[in-house]
Ligand binder design. Structure first.
Ligand code: GDP
Length: 288
């Protein structure tokens, strides 16, 4: 898979994480609720092993609520791990976040031992949006002050609660092929990283399997069952008037329509992976 990496940003993020992680009580990883496992960064897991962890399944407004519930259970079953679902419309995200972190580190708190929390996540997962909403009128301290690295932000969410935001970028590492497609569908890996048509065909195959009714309704299709992924894409193109001359479907245009619709949840609230599926995909990827 041809994905573009930016090693400079990644190294910066790794160094910042290495320096900060030693005196951190809880590590928050933000994930995309539609593709929690694919949007995780395996490096974060390796570097923060053994630390209490909070997984935030963000953009829950776009994801299938029943599947999000499965993922919350899956993460909560891990030792030292809490999980919450959030979206940008959440009125009081800091309350949810603070409560989950305090539960993970009950021995911390009070002015003499403030709870120190690190937040990280791959680009586009919604970290800036959440931090902006957390900051509100609170003052974020930045890396020009003692004890804070350049590029780092420290936000006091409460008198005894410090949230650190790492500089640099943590890219997803694609170890599972299905995960690569899901990241591309979500827009987390740039438009040209993977062949768009291939991404959409994978997406349609998954949606036809799990969300046939939603597909049928969105594109006014007579049937979804029995169609191959390419036939499905053509049928959608025809319904949407994405045509070339001679009655041929403009496949590229049809693919763009599907991608745009998926990203805006115009097809409906759908998730692209479930814990049991992920387990199978991961196993297969390791065996290959
Ligand atoms: P960052 O790269 O992790 O800092 O991501 P941003 O905060 O810049 O968000 C990436 C995109 O996702 C932006 O277009 C946001 O408006 C959008 N976004 C962020 N959070 C949510 C959410 O909870 N729900 C939805 N639907 N969109 C979100």
């Amino acid at each position: 898979m041809a994905i573009q990496w930016f090693p400079g940003h990644m190294n910066k993020a790794r160094k910042a994480l290495e320096e900060r992680v030693a005196d951190i009580d809880v590590v928050i990883e933000m994930l995309d609720a539609r593709l929690p496992a694919s949007s995780a960064n395996p490096m974060i897991a390796r570097m923060t092993r053994g630390r209490p962890a909070l997984k935030i399944l963000n953009k829950q407004d776009l994801a299938d609520p029943a599947v999000t519930a499965l993922w919350l259970d899956w993460y909560r079953a891990r030792p030292g791990t809490q999980a919450i679902a959030l979206d940008a419309g959440e009125k009081a995200p800091s309350q949810k976040l603070i409560a989950a972190c305090r539960e993970l580190a009950p021995n911390r708190g009070g002015l003499d031992k403030p709870l120190r929390v690190l937040i990280c996540g791959i680009p586009n997962v919604g970290k800036s949006t959440l931090i902006n909403s957390l900051t509100g009128r609170r003052i974020a301290r930045t890396g020009n002050e003692p004890g804070i690295t350049k590029g780092e932000q420290r936000i006091l969410l409460a008198d005894d609660f410090e949230l650190f935001d790492t500089p640099g970028m943590l890219w997803p590492k694609i170890e599972v092929p299905e995960g690569g497609y899901n990241l591309a569908a979500s827009g987390a890996v740039g438009r040209n990283a993977l062949d768009e048509e291939e991404v959409v065909l994978e997406l349609l195959q998954y949606l036809a399997r799990h969300y046939a009714d939603l597909l049928r309704a969105r594109y006014r299709l007579d049937t979804v069952e029995g169609l191959q992924d390419f036939e499905l894409l053509e049928a959608i193109g025809r319904k949407r008037g994405a045509m070339l001359g001679g009655g041929r479907v403009n496949v590229q245009k049809a693919a763009e329509i599907v991608l745009t619709d998926f990203r805006a949840a115009a097809i409906g609230r759908v998730s692209l992976e479930r814990p049991d599926e992920w387990r199978v995909w991961e196993k297969r990827a390791k065996e290959e």
